[in-house]
Design a binder for this molecule. Structure first.
Ligand code: ZN
Ligand code: ZN
Ligand code: ZN
Ligand code: ZN
Ligand code: ZN
Ligand code: ZN
Ligand code: ZN
Length: 448
C-alpha cells in the first residue's frame, strides 16, 4: 500500500469552537478530516471532511510537524503546508521501481533494489557468467555448477559443484580406499602410514635371500623355518664343529665334512665315556652302605636253586658294604646249592674282606663279630622264628689279615648254614624271595 494513500497520523487537538476529538490531515487529498470516534484503535473510525474557517485552517497548516518517516530516521520538521513538498524529495519516501516491477521502494533503497532485489533486474552469475533476470538468478544462486564449494569429506579443498563427484571419487585426500594388501578401508591420506604397518604388506627378507618378498606378518616364521639365507650352526656343533653359514650351504658342508664330523663324534663319545665313569663312581659312593648291616634280598629263589644244582660253584655275591664310613669293606657270598661240606643239601654263606680305601689306618687282623640271619617271613612277626648264626674271627686265621690288592676267593662263614629241608619249612622263602641280614659289630659278644 502506498504511503501516500495512508492517513497521516499527525493529530491536533481542537483549535476552535468545533469540538471534535481529533483532526486528521490526509496527505493524498490535502484535506482536514475529523474523526467521529475517539477510539484511536478502532477500525470502525469514520472520517468526514471538515472545512474549518480560514483563520483556523491557516493556524493548522502553519503548525510544525515532523516528517512521516521520522521513525525510519528522517529528521525533517516544518510547517504542515510544506510536508508534501518535502516528501517529494525525502530520501525515505517510497516511489515506484524504475524497472517497473510494481514495487514501491524508498528513494534511498532504489539503487540497491535495482541492482540486487528487483525481479526485473539483469544479473550475471560470477561463476558461470550467464546472465539472468532477478527471479532466475535468485533460484540459480546455490545451485550454480561452476560455483566452488567445500568438499563434503572435509579435506579442506573447494571444488566446483560440477567436479565434486570426480574429486570425491579420485582426487580427494579423504576418500575411502581399500588397502590392496589387506583389503580394509582407509582414508587415502592415511594409506601410506598404514602400509608401514599393514600385516599383509610384502617386504624384502632382511637376510636378502632369494625368496620373493615376504608378507610382513609371516616374516618371523620365514626367518625361523624357511629362509635359506639364515645363518645357522652346524648340527655337529655340540661335538665341536665351529661351522656357521647360511642354511642353504649346510648340506654341502655336511657332505664335505663327513670325516671331520666322525672324528669329532668319536672325541665326544670318549669324553662322554669319561663323564659316565666319573658319574658312576660318584653314584656308587653316594649309594654305599656304611652301617655295618647289610640286608640282602634274593629274588627268584627257586630258579636260582635250580641253576645252582646244575652249575658247579654257582655263587651269589652281594654289593660291597662298609662297617663305618672309613671302616672295613666287606662282601657276602651265598651258595644256594651248598659249598664244601654243605654241597648238595645246604645253603652256604660266607663273608669276605675286600681291599678298602682306609685299610692302612684300620686295626688288623679284623676282629668284628659277624652274624648271619635268615628271616622267617611269617604273617605274624611275633611267631616268626629266624635262623641266626654268628662268629668271632679267629685272629690267627689268614682270612682276617689285611687283604692284598688282589682279593682271593676265600671267605669265612657257614657251609651248612641252613639245610634245603629246613628252607622248605616255615616262611623262609615267601613269594619266591628270601631275606638275609649280615651284621658286623665291633663288640665281641655274639648276636642272637
Ligand atoms: Zn522525510
Ligand atoms: Zn523493481
Ligand atoms: Zn552460475
Ligand atoms: Zn575432498
Ligand atoms: Zn593393509
Ligand atoms: Zn629369507
Ligand atoms: Zn660341521
Amino acid at each position: 500500500m502506498s504511503v501516500l494513500s495512508q492517513f497521516c497520523l499527525a493529530r491536533w487537538k481542537s483549535v476552535d469552537s468545533l469540538t471534535p476529538t481529533a483532526l486528521v490531515y490526509n496527505l493524498s487529498s490535502d484535506s482536514i478530516l475529523t474523526c467521529s470516534d475517539d477510539d484511536e484503535t478502532s477500525n470502525s473510525m469514520e472520517f468526514s471532511k471538515v472545512y474549518p474557517e480560514s483563520s483556523s485552517q491557516k493556524t493548522i497548516f502553519s503548525s510544525v510537524v515532523y516528517c512521516i518517516h521520522r521513525k525510519e530516521g528522517c529528521e525533517w520538521n516544518g510547517e504542515l503546508r510544506k510536508l508534501k513538498a518535502h516528501l517529494l524529495s525525502c530520501s525515505l519516501d517510497a516511489i515506484p521501481c524504475r524497472m517497473q516491477c510494481g514495487q514501491q521502494v524508498s528513494r534511498l533503497a532504489h539503487d540497491d533494489h535495482g541492482r540486487n532485489f528487483c525481479p526485473n533486474r539483469r544479473q550475471i552469475c560470477d561463476y558461470c557468467q550467464v546472465e539472468f533476470n532477478g527471479l532466475q538468478y535468485d533460484s540459480h544462486v546455490g545451485t550454480c555448477t561452476m560455483e566452488p564449494v567445500y568438499c563434503d569429506n572435509k579435506c579442506g579443498q573447494k571444488i566446483s559443484r560440477k567436479q565434486m563427484m570426480q574429486h570425491k571419487a579420485i582426487e580427494c585426500g579423504k576418500r575411502l580406499v581399500a588397502c590392496r594388501y589387506c583389503a580394509k578401508d582407509f582414508s587415502y591420506d592415511t594409506l601410506q602410514a598404514h602400509h608401514a604397518k599393514c600385516g599383509r604388506y610384502p617386504i624384502a627378507c632382511p637376510n636378502q635371500c632369494d625368496s620373493p618378498k615376504v608378507v610382513r606378518e609371516e616374516l618371523e616364521s620365514h626367518l625361523k623355518d624357511n629362509c635359506p639365507a639364515l645363518m645357522v650352526s652346524c648340527p655337529f656343533k655340540e661335538a665341536g664343529c665351529r661351522f656357521k653359514g647360511p642354511r642353504f650351504s649346510l648340506d654341502k658342508h655336511q657332505e664335505e665334512g663327513m670325516k671331520q664330523h666322525l672324528l669329532l663324534m668319536c672325541g665326544l663319545a670318549t669324553r662322554q665315556q669319561q663323564q659316565l665313569s666319573t658319574l658312576r663312581s660318584t653314584v656308587s659312593r653316594v649309594s654305599l652302605n656304611y652301617t655295618g648291616t647289610f640286608l640282602w634280598r634274593i629274588n627268584d629263589v627257586q630258579t636260582k636253586i635250580a641253576e645252582a644244582r646244575i652249575k658247579e660253584g654257582f655263587e651269589l655275591i652281594s654289593a660291597p658294604f662298609y662297617t663305618s664310613q672309613y671302616g672295613y669293606k666287606l662282601q657276602a657270598s651265598l651258595f644256594l646249592n651248598g659249598n664244601g661240606s654243605g654241597e648238595g643239601a645246604y645253603v652256604s654263606i660266607y663273608i669276605k674282606i675286600l681291599p678298602g680305601e682306609y685299610d692302612a689306618l684300620l686295626k688288623w687282623p679284623f676282629s668284628h663279630t659277624v652274624s648271619f640271619t635268615l628271616y622267617d617271613q611269617a604273617a605274624n612277626p611275633d611267631k616268626a622264628c629266624n635262623i641266626v648264626e654268628s662268629f668271632i674271627p679267629d685272629p690267627t686265621w689268614e682270612n682276617f689279615q689285611r687283604p692284598s690288592r688282589e682279593p682271593d676267593a676265600l671267605g669265612f662263614g657257614f657251609p651248612r648254614f641252613v639245610s634245603h629241608d629246613m628252607l622248605k619249612k616255615r616262611h623262609f622263602v615267601k613269594d619266591d624271595v628270601l631275606f638275609l641280614k649280615v651284621r658286623v659289630d665291633p663288640a665281641k659278644n655274639m648276636a642272637v
